[in-house]
Design a protein around this ligand. Structure first.
Ligand code: IMP
Ligand code: MG
Length: 185
């Protein structure tokens, strides 16, 4: 057992299940955006692994761009107060934009991003998230592509972190509560 695996209580979504679902989403996106060359906007850092796999599953031209957001508050709760750490390189005016996120929890982060990107007058703005925790939603947002609905548990892996760790796990897992309840060294 490696040093990360001992911190996990269960594997929620296996590598194979993620791969299968990402291919379905890619096929659906290729179909919906055929002839439009959308810009896939990856929200860093959590969305990077999903973007890398998703874009390879889209058999139509796409462009990619990145945005980094910081939300104030603890590493497990989003406060709703959001700041742009790194902005897009592209001008999205008149373009079809698809936001690629790791997880929608309360919805505060995404709601800020939608509001911000909308002011730049994209031709369309849609959302693709790998994970959705609908029980936790505090802001009403309509999601266009959802990989998996998950229960209200703190998950890590496949891009998602706890205190910047575990992003490199190739599956989505639940962290043992004692890992985040213990004081940091
Ligand atoms: P929201 O603003 O509450 O929707 O939070 C969204 C952000 O919080 C995500 O982009 C993640 O960075 C982080 N987050 C929310 N839930 C989890 C989780 O279960 N594991 C890891 N990060 C999470
Ligand atoms: Mg995070």
């Amino acid at each position: 057992m490696n040093s990360m695996q001992k911190d996990l209580s269960e594997i929620l979504i296996s590598r194979e299940t993620i791969e299968r679902r990402v291919h379905e989403l890619g096929a659906q996106i290729a179909h919906d955006y055929a002839g439009q060359t959308p810009i896939l906007v990856c929200i860093l850092k959590g969305g990077m692994m999903f973007l890398a796999d998703l874009m390879r599953a889209i058999a139509e031209p796409v462009e990619i761009d990145f945005m980094a957001i910081s939300s104030y508050g603890s590493s497990m709760e989003s406060s709703g107060v959001v700041r742009i750490l790194m902005d897009l390189e592209s001008n999205i005016e008149g373009r079809h934009v698809l936001i690629v996120e790791d997880i929608i929890d309360t919805g505060h982060t995404l709601s800020y991003i939608i509001e911000n990107l909308s002011t730049r007058r994209p031709a369309s703005l849609h959302i693709c998230t790998l994970l959705d925790k609908p029980d936790r939603r505090e802001v009403d947002i309509s999601l266009d592509y959802v990989g998996f609905n998950i229960p209200n548990k703190f998950v890590i892996g496949y891009g998602l972190d706890y205190a910047e760790k575990y992003r490199n796990l190739p599956f989505v897992a639940v962290l043992k509560p004692e890992v985040y309840l213990q004081p940091s060294p």
